[in-house]
Design a protein around this ligand. Structure first.
Ligand code: NAD
Ligand code: DAU
Length: 363
């Protein structure tokens, strides 16, 4: 990892108890000797066992890991956490991340994604300004964002770094605001900021409110599988490990002031995704009915974006990143992982108070 050659001692990750943040922390603990600080509020979607699972076989790694429970919408706590972690790099993933929840409770999204990011940027800038020259030169703030900020595509075209911002859900609007704040802090205050906008992630350890794990859990429970609208909406799926590889590349050689679009080149309709999951379950967990019989078209998501697709040319050409895992392999790995770890998923659902019910109908 080229990151090892950088003059870095401490990395602060926000949202490290979540799906993507925990995968990043595990990779950093595994492949570097840096101290890793994890700032997380511990909301319903978080779970520290995602990280602690690493220490079962590698207990020494725990010595370089510190968890700090804090809410980034709390200005003072955010400042204190940054001073305590004394980071060379901040990777900002903390967010409310589910579109359906943003339809039901948009305020949480503004508090965390907009106000929280603002607090973090401001506190990071004061901290960065206070650093001695060499550490100041090497400091970086990495803001992790989504392709949803660009809105909805029709049949043609792809999102790229040049796409217009056209968010259409409260989640997307809050992430778009956070991107704008991060860019403003780069241009106005000189904070060394890099932004990445990624497509739909999937893989082990994802909270079962997002399409793929929710469908697996519903199918295994024998409950109906909700397909929004006619199931023709398209997402560009990226396996979690490929996203983490992209983030590491950006940390290693990304350029400040730049944004990078990350996508899997795996466009699938929701109907295809759900059918593929059912095929895999029929093969690996056969029962006395076909899982396909559980699929049910339900009321569409309000403002449902039709299609996302990412043109990743820039990160491929400039940083040499390529996704390695094709959708069939990634989906098989994911389904097999959930079959092995059903208890984890069901316990997390109980802990979170979410039972798999329909969200986002604004009722
Ligand atoms: P997640 O919901 O699994 O994790 C989010 C984490 O942030 C949780 O651990 C939660 O406790 C923490 N958090 C929430 N509010 C907080 C607050 N106020 N203060 C501190 N911590 C808080 O989400 P994820 O899927 O891991 O997404 C991580 C980031 O990546 C988000 O910024 C999201 O917008 C972005 N992203 C996600 C995807 C995807 O497909 N999942 C794709 C592109 C970008
Ligand atoms: O594109 C990146 C974004 O992908 C991330 O920024 C978000 O954090 C992440 O939640 C995801 O947003 P989506 O809305 O695309 O993901 P979700 O898993 O909620 O839905 C994927 C598609 O499946 C979408 O078209 C809605 C549909 N869907 C979803 C659920 C939960 C269903 O048909 N049935 C369902 O039960």
């Amino acid at each position: 990892m080229k990151l090892k050659n950088k003059p870095i001692k401490n990395i602060l990750v926000t949202g490290g108890a979540g799906f993507i943040g925990s995968a990043l922390i595990k990779k950093l603990l595994d492949e570097t000797s840096f101290e890793i600080f994890n700032l997380d509020k511990i909301t319903y979607s978080s779970d520290l066992s995602r990280i602690n699972s690493l220490f079962d076989n590698k207990p020494k790694k725990k010595e370089r890991y510190k968890f700090i429970q804090a809410d980034i919408s709390n200005d003072e706590l955010t400042q204190k956490t940054i001073s305590y972690a004394n980071p060379d790099i901040i990777v900002h993933l903390a967010a409310e991340s589910h579109v359906d929840r943003s339809i039901d409770s948009p305020k949480e999204f503004v508090n965390t994604n907009v106000v929280g990011t603002f607090n973090l940027l401001r506190a990071s800038t004061s901290f960065w300004e206070s650093l001695p020259e060499e550490r100041k030169r090497n400091f970086g703030f990495y803001h992790i964002s989504t392709d949803e900020v660009f809105g909805s595509l029709g049949k043609e075209g792809m999102f790229s770094e040049q796409s217009r911002y056209e968010p259409r859900s409260p989640y997307a609007a809050s992430k778009a605001s956070s991107d704008h704040l991060a860019k403003a802090w780069y241009h106005t205050y000189g904070l060394p900021v890099i932004i990445s906008n990624c497509s739909n992630n999937y893989g082990p350890w994802q909270f079962p409110e997002k399409l793929i794990p929710l469908v697996i859990i519903k199918a295994l429970r024998g409950e109906y599988i909700p397909l929004y609208g006619d199931g023709s909406n398209i997402r560009d799926w990226l396996f979690i490990d490929d996203h983490i590889e992209a983030l590491i590349k950006i940390l290693e050689i990304g350029e400040y002031g730049h944004t990078y679009c990350i996508g899997g080149n795996n466009e699938k309709t929701n109907k295809e995704v759900v059918n593929n999951i059912c095929n895999l379950l029929n093969e690996y967990k056969p029962t006395n009915y076909s899982y396909h019989d559980l699929i049910k078209n339900v009321t569409d998501r309000p403002g449902h974006d039709q299609r996302y697709a990412i043109d990743s040319t820039k990160i491929r050409k400039e940083l040499g990143w390529l996704p390695k895992i094709n959708f069939n392999d990634g989906l098989k790995k994911t389904v097999l992982w959930y079959l092995e770890n059903l208890n984890w998923a069901e316990s997390l659902l109980i802990k979170s108070g979410y039972e798999g019910e329909r969200l986002g109908l604004n009722k």
